[in-house]
Design a binder for this molecule. Structure first.
Ligand code: AMP
Length: 416
């Protein structure tokens, strides 16, 4: 037997039902908030991720799936969605006349060579939004609220932890102060942090190993280093979040793991267990850094597997069981042909219908109809069919009624 690769999984059973339910919610939300679907390739030129996610990030240094294709090109399986979307916006000139906000969403698989554990896979799915052309914090607030209310609609209570990384100058001043403070203590921090101080000092703030160390608890505060404009932008987004009734708290340790973020950044933390379900922020300089025009942008990504886990652990998922409206029972050849015809009409009229396609006995068909929670049974028999009638049974009240065969679809549509 050939087993699946480590860190991958087969989506099936209850998880598949929850996945479908989440996907429908996402599509509804995206349509209500006026975001358009974009699908970019699962693999891209490696350089795209090196230049966007950042050469020194954990993702690029340790986690990408890189390979040479048969044409000797350096290819990487996408570890996140933003880089590909930005590449596409530039390549297809989607930024248009730069007046209108371009609002896009994606939902697809990502690949990171991480140590697999609960909620951490090597192949996983992210839903995300990328919105371009507007630098207004109102768009930050909209992007934050879409996923906050998506979680809310799915029954997940979460808190948005927000922070401001400031503009480039604020960030540079803060990083200098941070490095100055940390240098004398650096040997007391983990090995990764000892490297990060030279490559990416901000990442030390969200180190999982050193998170409880006194050294990190007393670091300089980034809020003391923000420019007037960055502070105003941060205050504005908080004002909008209050209007949108979003549960948020400021957390100065939120720095995000990717290099391209600036100004406002945030993460969604599940109230039930403190797990991070997703995160996002502004990235006003990424489009330009990837050889596009200078246009501002904001976005976020959420992990679908972590949402599925949360729903499974905390929410009653009974009503996601597979259910049909109608089960059509048949045994003889004549009955089976009529079952096929009636099922076709019902299915094409949006009535979920199942038939006996396994040559089952009547007894087994009753059992399956119950398992599928069929609201109505259409019980065909040759005698009724010869008179042009079919027998419909309400599976809850057990009442039966004979209906003219030509009217069966209308009758069902009128009664479900
Ligand atoms: P990131 O792109 O690292 O900011 O991740 C955004 C979200 O994607 C996280 O909060 C997780 O929900 C999800 N995620 C990231 N990496 C993984 C992984 N290896 N396995 C499953 N979900 C992940």
């Amino acid at each position: 037997m050939i087993a699946k690769p480590k860190g991958t999984y087969d989506l099936m059973g209850v998880d598949a039902k929850i996945y479908t339910y989440i996907s429908h919610e996402i599509e509804d939300m995206m349509s209500n908030y006026n975001y358009e679907l974009i699908r970019t390739p699962i693999f891209e030129a490696s350089e795209l991720f090196h230049r966007s996610v950042g050469e020194t990030t954990d993702i690029v240094t340790k986690e990408t799936y890189d390979f040479k294709d048969r044409g000797d090109r350096n290819i990487t399986l996408r570890p996140e969605g933003t880089a590909g979307v930005v590449r596409s916006v530039i390549e297809n000139k989607l930024y248009g006349n730069k007046n209108d906000a371009i609002k896009l969403y994606y939902n697809g698989t990502m690949y990171r060579y991480e140590r697999p554990q609960s909620g951490r896979n090597r192949e996983f799915t992210q839903f995300g939004i990328e919105a371009f052309n507007s630098n207004d914090p109102m768009l930050d607030a909209e992007v934050i609220s879409v996923s906050y209310y998506l979680l809310n609609n799915l029954g997940i209570e979460a808190t948005v932890a927000i922070n401001s990384l400031g503009d480039a100058e604020s960030r540079k001043n803060y990083t200098d102060a941070l490095v100055k403070y940390l240098k004398p203590h650096i040997n007391d921090l983990c090995e990764d942090c000892q490297n990060r101080i030279n490559t990416n000092p901000l990442r030390i703030l969200d180190c999982k190993v050193d998170k409880d160390s006194e050294i990190l608890k007393n670091v300089p505060k980034i809020s003391d280093y923000l420019s007037k404009e960055s502070k105003e932008r941060f205050e504005k987004v908080k004002e909008y979040l209050n209007i949108l009734d979003i549960n948020y708290e400021v957390n100065e340790n939120i720095v995000r793991g990717l290099d391209y973020y600036d100004e406002n950044v945030w993460e969604y933390i599940a109230d039930s267990d403190g797990v991070t379900l997703g995160g996002g922020g502004r990235y006003n300089h990424l489009v330009e850094a990837l050889d596009g025009p200078s246009i501002p942008a904001v976005g976020f990504a959420m992990g679908i597997e972590r949402i599925i886990l949360n729903i499974k652990e905390n929410i009653e998922v009974k009503n996601l069981d597979q259910a049909v409206d109608v089960y059509i029972m048949s045994v003889s050849d004549e009955e089976k042909i009529r079952a096929l015809e009636i099922a076709q009409y019902l299915r094409l009229n949006n009535v979920a219908t199942e038939i006996n396609s396994c040559n089952l006995s009547m007894k087994s068909q009753f059992k399956i109809a119950d398992r599928l929670q069929a609201k109505f049974l259409i019980i065909l028999n040759n005698e009724d069919l010869q008179k042009g009638l079919v027998n419909i049974k309400d599976n809850a009240t057990k009442e039966e009624i004979k209906v003219d065969e030509a009217e069966v679809v209308d009758w069902i549509l009128g009664n479900i």
